[in-house]
Design a protein around this ligand. Structure first.
Ligand SMILES: [Zn+2]
Length: 113
């Protein structure tokens, strides 16, 4: 489960940010996870509690925001919703969808103390 490593890096990034701002505690952290990123939010939630042990984030609330997948067809320019296994443009039927959105994996916001 690679979400353990991902969750650890989220915690590290949040902790570094908090430290840089002179805080000692993170109250909540908002993480943006795109639907096409291949990261399972439930798995991140599951790992979070054990990963925050002994860090600034101990007891912090984890807020996960899902970004829906969107693609743009390089043939006809049509923009459409896109799932992880969507490659075909719904407008022209060409397999030329390019991802516009949905690959996100980042710490979006955090509340510190
Ligand atoms: Zn198209």
């Amino acid at each position: 489960m690679h979400e353990v490593g991902i969750t650890r890096s989220i915690v590290e990034i949040a902790e570094e940010n908090a430290r840089a701002q002179g805080a000692t505690r993170v109250v909540s952290v908002t993480v943006e996870i795109g639907e096409l990123s291949g990261v399972v939010p439930e798995a991140v939630e599951f790992c979070f509690e054990s990963c925050v042990n002994g860090t600034f984030l101990e007891g912090a609330e984890l807020i996960i925001e899902r970004t829906p997948g969107r693609g743009r067809c390089s043939e006809c320019g049509d923009e459409s919703a896109m799932g992880p296994y969507t490659f075909e443009c719904p407008a022209c039927g060409q397999f030329s969808l390019e991802r516009l959105q949905g690959d996100e994996l980042r710490v979006k916001e955090m509340e510190i103390d």
